[in-house]
Ligand binder design. Structure first.
Ligand code: 6K6
Length: 134
C-alpha cells in the first residue's frame, strides 16, 4: 500500500511533530511516499528554485499513491490542492483534524463527501490509523 501523507509546510510548521508521529504510525500499514513532510528542519532546507521540481514530484507521487492521509488542522494551500487533485483521481482520502481553539477546517473539506474527516486527539493517533487501515 502506497500512502501519500500531506501536511502543512509553508502554511506553518507548528504541527510538524504531530506529522512525524502520524508518519511513524503509517509505516505499519504501507510505504509512506512523503516522509519529508515530518522533517522538523524542512523549511531550513527549502530552496525556492526547486518549486517546479517539488510540484511535479508531488503530483507524480499522488498519482502513484493508493490512499491520501492529510492532517488538516493547520490550514495549507498546498494540502488543499493535493486533496483536490487526489479527489479528481478517485483516490481514497482521509483528513485528520484536531479540535483546537480558533482552528476550523474549510467547508470545502468538511462538506465534501469524498473526504472522510476524522476528529482525533494526539494521543489517539495509533487507534485512529488502525481504524482506517484494518
Ligand atoms: C525541501 C527542499 C526543497 O524544498 C523543500 C521542501 N518543500 C516541499 N517539499 C516537499 N513537498 C512539499 C514542499 N512544499 C510543499 N509540499 C507539498 O505541499 C507537501 O506534499 C505538503 O503536503 C504540501 C504543503 O503545502 P504548503 O502550501 O503548506 O507548503
Amino acid at each position: 500500500m502506497k500512502i501519500y501523507f500531506a501536511g502543512s509546510i509553508r502554511g506553518g510548521r507548528d504541527d510538524s511533530i504531530v506529522y512525524k508521529k502520524i508518519i511513524d504510525n503509517l509505516k505499519e500499514y504501507g510505504e509512506v511516499l512523503t516522509e519529508h513532510v515530518g522533517n522538523e528542519n524542512l523549511l531550513s532546507l527549502e530552496d525556492n528554485n526547486k518549486d517546479e521540481y517539488i510540484y511535479k514530484r508531488d503530483i507524480d507521487l499522488i498519482e502513484k499513491s493508493d490512499v491520501i492521509v492529510a492532517e488538516v488542522t493547520n490550514p495549507s494551500l498546498g494540502v488543499g490542492y493535493e486533496i483536490a487533485y487526489a479527489e479528481k483521481l478517485n483516490k481514497k482520502i482521509f483528513c485528520l483534524y484536531r479540535q483546537l481553539e480558533g482552528k476550523k477546517v474549510s467547508a470545502m473539506i468538511t462538506g465534501n463527501s469524498n473526504c472522510k474527516v476524522i476528529h482525533y486527539k494526539e494521543e489517539e493517533i495509533s487507534e485512529v490509523l488502525e481504524s482506517i487501515f484494518k
